[in-house]
Design a protein around this ligand. Structure first.
Ligand SMILES: O=C(O)CCC(=O)C(=O)O
Ligand SMILES: [Fe+2]
Length: 317
């Protein structure tokens, strides 16, 4: 009986790359082609990016423990006008899961304002770590998006594309279920935003569904790497060329899993519309133009929450 090689996501090294690099730079072209292929095939990949140093990731997780150890009443002060951007937890379907968010986490004053709500006597260490992590990781988000637009041949829209988004950092805690049985940490979903970049502590659990229906268990190839994945906003903008993958978190054992994600999110009021270059006889338009924030109102409605293909229902053609 042959042993099957376990499925593995591509790992892409972004070290020594900058936003100013572009066509004609060999490394840029080589990485761009890997990004394009990975996003078509898997919708995601593992990223090595040392502009976020390992020490910063190591500082992040104790800060997250401190955050989630706050009393529940304090955590609920992490509120946002946007659905799912503030404190989320105590869901009967996923009792192990809790998450909190900070909008515009690349702006220090915004992070400090939320920190001061949660710790009225201040917590400069927390705000510095979160801000620094978000700011440095936003560089990777920009590099990936520039590569995506170039590889689709629509770099003329780069400025509009970059200026139409904002950043949210969302941090997650998944309690260990205290059993060796595997329990659901976070239900299977596609992300709704543009690009998500996640990093995790030493506890694995993220699984990604391949196009042919197999779950890949993500194991970082070394400490301090990231997983980058595209969401429905880029799937629809590329008129289906790039895949947005279903993923979920499965937990077992006693240890808690902490993760942090930087999400680039379309601004409310901006219409997401595939450029004309993405539409032809072989690629008929898949989605009507839509406003991401209006779509979220559907997605977070009772019907939307049970709809695996919410974007298709909301504005599919
Ligand atoms: O915690 C993780 O690794 C995944 C989180 C996730 O999928 C999400 O927040 O959308
Ligand atoms: Fe997700």
């Amino acid at each position: 009986m042959g042993t099957e090689t376990p499925l593995k996501l591509p790992t892409i090294d972004f070290n020594d790359l900058n936003m100013d690099d572009s066509n004609n730079n060999c490394k840029w072209e080589e990485v761009k082609s890997k990004v394009h292929n990975a996003l078509i095939e898997y919708g995601c990949f593992e990223a090595i990016f040392d502009k976020v140093p390992l020490e910063l990731c190591k500082d992040l997780f104790p800060s997250l423990e401190e955050l989630f150890d706050l009393p529940i009443q304090t955590k609920k002060l992490n509120a946002s006008k946007k659905p799912y951007h503030g404190y989320v937890g105590q869901f009967p379907m996923v009792p192990l899961y809790e998450s909190m968010g900070i909008d515009d986490a690349n702006v220090l004053e915004k992070v400090e304002a939320m920190t001061n709500i949660l710790w009225p006597n201040g917590n400069p260490n927390f705000s510095k770590t979160i801000h620094c992590f978000s700011e440095k990781l936003s560089e990777l988000d920009k590099i990936i998006r520039k590569m995506v637009l170039e590889s689709l041949g629509v770099e003329k829209y780069l400025e509009e594309h970059m200026n139409s988004t904002n950043y949210l950092i969302r941090v997650m805690k998944y309690k260990g279920p205290q059993t060796s049985e595997t329990k659901l940490g976070l239900s299977s979903h596609t992300d709704k935003n543009v690009v998500t970049i996640l990093c995790q502590n030493q506890v694995d659990g993220l699984e990604i569904l391949t196009k042919d229906g197999k779950w890949i268990s993500f194991k970082p190839s070394q400490p301090g790497t990231f997983i980058a994945m595209i969401g429905d906003a880029l799937h629809s903008w590329s008129n289906g060329r790039l895949h947005s993958a279903f993923h979920r978190v499965m937990m077992s054992g006693n240890e808690a899993r902490y993760s942090a994600g930087l999400f680039s999110i379309p601004n409310g009021g901006y219409l997401i519309k595939a450029p004309q270059e993405m539409v032809d006889d072989d690629h008929p338009l898949l989605f009507k133009p839509y406003d991401h924030v209006h779509f979220l109102n559907y997605y977070y409605s009772p019907q939307g929450q049970t709809d695996q293909f919410a974007l298709r229902t909301y504005c599919g053609l």
